[in-house]
Design a protein around this ligand. Structure first.
Ligand code: AMP
Ligand code: GLY
Length: 441
């Protein structure tokens, strides 16, 4: 069996490792924008090529007898890599361009939910006319000045601006909304929600949906959820596959929303969604609301989820492609995980440490190390890139235990790097529990 893996990053390393553990013993043919020493070790062949260069990807694919492709990141999925591979007879575990609008267009998703009566959106409106009066009226009168302005496309996690955080007045909100309209033709302005976020990622094959454990990401750069937003500094999952601050009714509702959205997507686009459907949810006083969808695995969420998989990942991928996904095919160890990203000291503000060396400790049985933005030089030394370097995951019976494992290993990493030592701590988990309690008191 030959699997084409298009990805780089620690998420890609985790996907490669899970595929390689399969009883099908697949050969992994990888395409990455730069060599990833983790994926390279696992792959039969590693090609270095830009993932947005479709001609190059198709040329590589044609050189091999590929059974299916797995596409990791949002950019090639959003641009239609699954459609391109399909045109040469290769099915992909990733949605087509049309279905991937669930991630690439905030307006598409909000309108889809509205059209199919899925009650999970905050108050919202999309605008395609740069009319300052209309925009400021909506912000002030309809949303009472508590608002979020969203770029209607992929923008590397930097397209969302929130009042009180990035936008300090209606004028600033209007200015950013106009910038979005001028750049991508459209913006979504919506009510600012307050609560606690979590991710629920589901394997999806049309209307067949099987969930993975709920995970919480930590997007802010520094301890105490301070500093700029990042791609995600670390993630937590619990042994019961929920989280201490999630009530069963809230998890059930998130699961139901993922199912309703998968079915709505199929009806709307006329083809089944075959891939990973990532729901970003928030628990609010009014119940569970949808923040956003992604059409792929989260990074770092995949670093928590995939190492817990008991069943065969290739079997799951094949079932996604053949519309035969069942609950029996997907089973996870009942363990907690805490993943912390090691990043260069200057991340995300500068790339001053790029090019410097980094060393990792040996990983024990109950831990995982996945390589992100680093390279290997000709002497076998690991060299920092400018973005998130590597994810270190601890696996334990409790979040506390998994946290201690990840923390201990992160502390032994040598190089000009940092990580968030509060992720997964009892104190931070308790804060989340208290926030949700407070919402309903
Ligand atoms: P997105 O790119 O849609 O994931 O948004 C990035 C982050 O912005 C989310 O993880 C949330 O923390 C925040 N966000 C997005 N939409 C809202 C909203 N309506 N209310 C509050 N926060 C939001
Ligand atoms: N961890 C957030 C994301 O992958 O988008």
């Amino acid at each position: 069996m030959q699997i084409l893996l298009l990805t780089s990053s620690a998420r890609g390393h985790a996907i490669a490792e899970s595929l390689s553990k399969s009883s099908h013993n697949p050969d992994i043919i990888s395409i990455s924008p730069r060599s990833n020493p983790g994926i390279k070790k696992i792959a039969k062949q590693e090609y270095v090529s830009d993932l947005m260069d479709f001609d190059s990807a198709l040329d590589i694919a044609k050189k091999h007898d590929i059974d299916f492709a797995f596409i990791g990141p949002d950019d090639p999925i959003g641009a239609g890599m699954a459609d391109a591979l399909d045109s040469i007879g290769i099915p992909s575990v990733a949605p087509t361009k049309s279905l991937a609008r669930v991630e690439t267009s905030k307006a598409f998703t909000r309108n889809l939910l509205e059209q199919y009566g899925i009650n999970a959106s905050p108050k919202f409106m999309s605008f395609d006319r740069a009319d300052p009066e209309l925009l400021s009226k909506y912000i002030e009168q309809d949303l009472s000045g508590e608002f979020v302005v969203k770029y209607d496309g992929l923008r590397g996690g930097k397209g969302v601006k929130i009042s009180g955080e990035h936008l300090n007045s209606t004028e600033e909100g209007v200015k950013y909304a106009i910038e979005c309209i001028e750049e991508c033709g459209q913006t979504v302005i919506e009510e600012k929600l307050n609560g606690v976020e979590f991710s629920l990622i589901s394997f999806t094959s049309g209307t067949l949906v099987v969930d993975t454990p709920a995970v919480q990401d930590h997007k802010r750069a520094y301890n105490g959820d301070t500093g700029p937003n990042t791609g995600g500094m670390g993630t937590v999952s619990d042994a019961n596959h929920s989280l201490p601050f999630i009530e069963q009714r809230h998890l059930d509702r998130a699961k139901e929303i993922n199912r309703q959205v998968a079915a709505a997507l199929q009806e709307q686009c006329g083809v089944p969604y075959k891939g990973i459907l990532y729901g970003g949810f928030i628990i609010t006083r009014e119940g569970v609301k949808l923040i956003e969808y992604n059409a792929r695995f989260g990074d770092p969420e995949a670093l928590n989820i995939l190492p817990l998989l008991k069943t065969d990942f290739v079997d799951i991928c094949q079932a996604i492609l053949t519309n035969s996904l069942t609950d029996d095919l997907v089973s996870f160890h009942e363990k907690a995980t805490v993943c912390k990203y090691i990043t260069p000291e200057g991340y995300p503000n500068n790339k001053d440490q790029k090019g410097q060396q980094i060393e990792f400790p040996e990983m024990p049985e109950n831990a995982e190390l996945f390589y992100g933005d680093l390279t290997e030089d000709s002497n076998g030394n690991l060299i920092l890139g400018g973005s998130r370097t590597a994810g270190i995951g601890g696996i334990g019976d409790t979040i506390e235990e998994a946290q201690a494992i990840a923390q201990g290993l992160c502390e032994q990493v040598k190089g000009p790097v940092r990580f968030r030592d509060d992720i997964g701590t009892k104190e931070l988990m308790q804060q989340r529990v208290n926030t949700v309690k407070h919402l309903f008191s």
